[in-house]
Design a protein around this ligand. Structure first.
Ligand SMILES: Cc1ncc(C[n+]2csc(CCOP(=O)(O)OP(=O)(O)O)c2C)c(N)n1
Length: 658
């Protein structure tokens, strides 16, 4: 291995050596503990230390770094206290996730580290968002993100690179090409000569670096970082290296040819560098022994601390309370004049006033800038807020939701407009796995609102008509809002944007231009978790939300003999179940109407809860009405009968007569 010292100072040469020695020694200790059954799983980075250590030392402490499962050297180079790291691996309270997530799956704002989620790819988009926030604030910073060569096959990799290039974001994308993705060799993973070549397709610079040569890694990355800080832009770096142990310890390396192991064994980044430093007189055998003794002492002392700590204890209230970030809701009322406006205008107004209120609120979505979005919600926003805050995006929902997560991590707020709620399926993974779980896992907020133009009755067929709120009400960590009136839409959207938790905000397209209402012209907020009692009656409770509110009102108008309580839920998570209970206790009969197909929807859960809590008060079985169990059909005659409006009237009359 050839080393070029260049103008590196002796202290740096030593720091790089010690930097690599520490994760190697920790790993060697962990492998012993693993064999003794004292820790559970281990993903080894032995032989790859030069990459983690070289990159982290080239970054400034204020710059975010997003490591993977083999990047122990990132954590140690940022000087994370080892007792906390060990406690994390043992699932203990003083770890970074209080026993809620394992291994390297955590982040810490204190050390500007944002750990991976198991799904690998999403963090590449998160890096985009972090870098975007730095760029918008004109901070000359680099964000470095890691991926293995295996995960470069995920769509998230391509989306993140493309977005970074189109937006010219200062992201250093680091591919650690270690030959295998679990057992899959590179020739079964991709079919190009080097992965760095992919950069060309995205209009981006790239480099190939010998990942086992610490001086090459450090010098080239240092140079690149300085260049990116001067002139922000993304760069793709492929580090050539090798995975010297199994994917994780239990899985072994039988499928790896012995010859490759031998070849790469000779390229060990630490042994070679150590020999070089000894040769140059920068290191001596005594110095090495001293360093090893001191690291060994540090490891042992901190391991003892972690082992001494008792296992985490379960506290149900604490677990439940820490899924969401606490939100201090501020009621803002207004005495301003009211105007009779459409549903669509109310949303636009709320969004615009929130943009004035929060200087660091960024809106992202397809065609939302000059074009104003397909529903024209953001029409006229660009002259007021500029294209840096009203951002057109490429068609890549997953990448953009991840970028929104990154903006939030770096202290900004984001609203993402799904062009149609149906397309959220392409951004599903980061919503349910990243945004929803991040607070519970490592106490980080996901200050993101995803706007969801949804719903049927508009003759738009199976891919532009769904109301898919049940995909999200199922997932702890998300809030789900579903207004039915212009007044609610504006007030609840403002609250959604103030709330630091991830909010799915459903906007029924059928209501956009058909429903009018009186709406204060000034900014105001409405609380989550408070159902609206729209009419009161003693004989039956009707619970619904969204377009269902209008259908139910129309049918109750048509049947004035039915004296009904009509409850508009307004938010589904949090759900005002108490309001439902109170009404059912009064009326003794409940019918729940939802536009979504019936099975597994919110109506089923409300029905179950009412059965459990109000059984003695019920005079009839609880009734649920929803759409047919089919995709949403296109032709009018089919869609009319798919939707539940007609069936609702029939079931309502039957229940009334029961
Ligand atoms: C979406 C997803 N698919 C599959 C897996 C299982 N898995 C975890 S790591 C891994 C291999 C990753 O290979 P690579 O990206 O090259 O990283 P390396 O482990 O080699 O460092 C696989 C298949 C996963 N965690 N997430």
């Amino acid at each position: 291995m050839r080393y070029h010292i260049g103008d590196l100072e002796e202290q740096r040469l030593l720091d790089l050596y010690t930097g690599m020695l520490k994760p190697r020694m920790i790993e060697e200790k962990m492998l012993i503990l693993l064999r003794q059954g004292k820790i559970s799983k281990w993903f080894s980075g032995i032989g790859q230390e030069a990459i983690s250590v070289g990159v982290t030392q080239a970054l400034k402490e204020s710059e975010y770094i997003l490591p993977m499962h083999r990047n122990l050297g990132v954590f140690t180079s940022r000087n994370i206290p080892l007792n906390r790291l060990f406690a994390q691996w043992q699932g203990k309270q003083s770890g970074f996730t209080q026993g809620r997530d394992r291994s390297f799956h955590f982040g810490t704002q204190e050390y500007k580290i944002v750990g991976m989620i198991s799904h690998l790819g999403p963090q590449l988009g998160v890096a985009d968002g972090i870098a975007l926030a730095d760029m918008l604030r004109r901070k000359k910073r680099v964000t470095a993100v890691f991926t293995g060569e295996g995960a470069t096959s995920e769509g998230d990799f391509h989306e993140a690179l493309n977005v970074a290039s189109v937006w010219n974001l200062p992201v250093l994308f680091c591919i650690e090409n270690n030959g295998y993705g679990l057992s899959t060799p590179t020739n079964e993973q991709y079919n190009c000569e080097t992965l760095a070549d992919r950069a060309k397709g995205y209009g981006m610079e790239s480099r190939v670096i010998d990942g086992n040569n610490i001086l090459e890694v450090y010098s080239k990355i240092d140079e690149l970082c300085k260049a990116i800080r001067r002139r922000p832009r993304p760069v793709l770096v492929e580090f050539k290296t090798f995975r010297m142990r199994g994917h994780e310890e239990a899985s072994g390396t039988k499928y790896v040819p012995e010859k490759l192991m031998k070849e790469w064994g000779k390229k060990d980044p630490i042994a070679n560098y150590e020999a070089f430093l000894l040769d140059k007189g920068v290191l001596t055998f005594e110095k090495i022994e001293q360093l090893k003794a001191s690291i060994s002492e540090e490891i042992n002392v901190n391991l003892e601390l972690a082992f001494e700590e008792s296992p985490v204890s379960f506290n149900e209230t604490k677990e439940l309370n820490e899924v969401y970030q606490e939100f201090d809701y501020q009621e803002i009322n207004t005495n301003s004049e009211v105007k009779n406006i459409r549903f669509v205008d109310a949303i636009s107004e709320g969004l615009e006033q929130s943009m004035y209120r929060h200087n660091e609120l960024i809106i992202m979505g397809q065609d939302i800038a000059d074009y104003g979005g397909v529903f024209k919600i953001t029409e006229g926003f660009v002259p007021k807020f500029g294209k840096s805050r009203v951002r057109n995006t490429p068609i890549c929902e997953s990448g953009i939701v991840s970028a929104a997560m990154g903006l939030s991590i770096n202290g900004m707020k984001a609203v993402v407009e799904m062009q149609f709620a149906d397309f959220v399926s392409s951004g599903f993974n980061p919503i349910v796995n990243y945004l929803a779980k991040v607070h519970y896992r490592w106490n980080e907020k996901a200050d993101v609102v995803v706007r969801m133009p949804c719903g049927g009755g508009v003759g738009a067929g199976p891919f532009h008509s769904q109301t898919n709120e049940a995909w999200f009400t199922k997932t702890p960590g998300l809030k789900v809002v579903y207004p039915s009136s212009p007044y609610d839409a504006k007030g609840l959207l403002n609250t959604a944007i103030n709330d630091p938790n991830p909010v799915l905000f459903f906007e029924h397209k059928g209501l956009y231009r058909s429903v009018y209402g009186d709406v204060p012209t000034d900014y105001y907020t409405l609380p989550f978790g408070k159902a609206n009692v729209l009419r009161e009656g003693k004989s039956i409770t009707v619970v619904t939300y969204g377009a269902g509110v209008h259908w139910a009102s129309e049918i109750l108008d048509k049947n004035p003999e039915i004296e009904a309580d009509l409850l508009d839920l307004r938010t589904l998570q949090p759900l005002d179940i108490e309001a439902v209970f109170a009404s059912v206790k009064k009326t003794g009969k409940l019918i729940i109407l939802q536009e979504d197909t019936l099975f597994g929807g919110i109506a089923s859960d409300i029905s179950a809860m009412v059965m459990e809590e109000c059984f003695p008060y019920l005079d009839a079985p609880v009734k649920r009405v929803g759409s047919l169990e089919t995709p949403v059909p296109f032709a009018k005659a089919l869609e009319e009968n798919y939707l539940p409006k007609k069936r609702f009237e029939q079931v309502l009359l039957e229940l009334y007569a029961y």
